[in-house]
Design a protein around this ligand. Structure first.
Ligand SMILES: Cc1ncc(COP(=O)(O)O)c(C=O)c1O
Length: 170
């Protein structure tokens, strides 16, 4: 990897002149079907930006209680972006559709906190690298009852994953 870094073509990324970063961003955007991607030097920064792009000040993201965004990242989500979190608890960091459904509040009315995103971590770092089954991820699309073809969508998923170097997929 060091040799690849040493050989990489570089440029001023502020002006979009770094060909290596540009190729990486275009490739990842294509992989996920997005119009663009942004390279960040840390996963924590990626999470803060990603969640903030979905959740505004005073709004909430739902996540599992031992999720990295809730337990780590220096509490940046609350400290920097002003959003709130509510959590469900699972000893293996798994999705709990019933608990999420009970918390999910996209239209809570005045005075109440609006749910703007559900964050799941796959694989789950603090749950020992636990993998989330695809069926459970798909169950998230049915949270809140209505089918998925809404415009704008009421559910906005944030998918997070533990570093591969720490927990090879079990
Ligand atoms: C699930 C998960 N998310 C985010 C991060 C943060 O990554 P970084 O240390 O690059 O900020 C980690 C780091 O281990 C992680 O395991």
């Amino acid at each position: 990897m060091r040799a690849a870094m040493a050989k990489a073509e570089v440029g001023d990324d502020v002006y979009g002149e770094d060909p290596t970063t540009r190729v990486l961003e275009e490739r990842v955007a294509g992989l996920f079907g997005h119009e663009a991607a942004l390279f960040t030097p840390t996963g924590s920064l990626a999470n803060v930006l990603a969640v903030r792009s979905l959740v505004g000040v005073g709004q909430e993201v739902l996540c599992e209680a031992s999720a990295h965004i809730a337990r780590a990242e220096l509490g940046a989500h609350g400290a920097i972006t002003g959003l709130t979190m509510r959590t469900w608890t699972h000893h293996r960091g798994q999705i709990d559709p019933a608990a999420i459904d009970a918390m999910f509040a996209p239209d809570p009315g005045p005075f109440f906190v609006q749910t703007k995103a559900i964050s799941v971590e796959n694989t789950h770092n603090f749950a020992g690298g636990a993998v989330l089954p695809i069926a459970d991820l798909q169950a998230l699309l049915r949270v809140g009852g209505a089918d998925r073809h809404e415009d704008p969508p009421r559910r906005r998923p944030h998918l997070e994953r533990a570093r591969r170097d720490r927990h090879p997929a079990s």
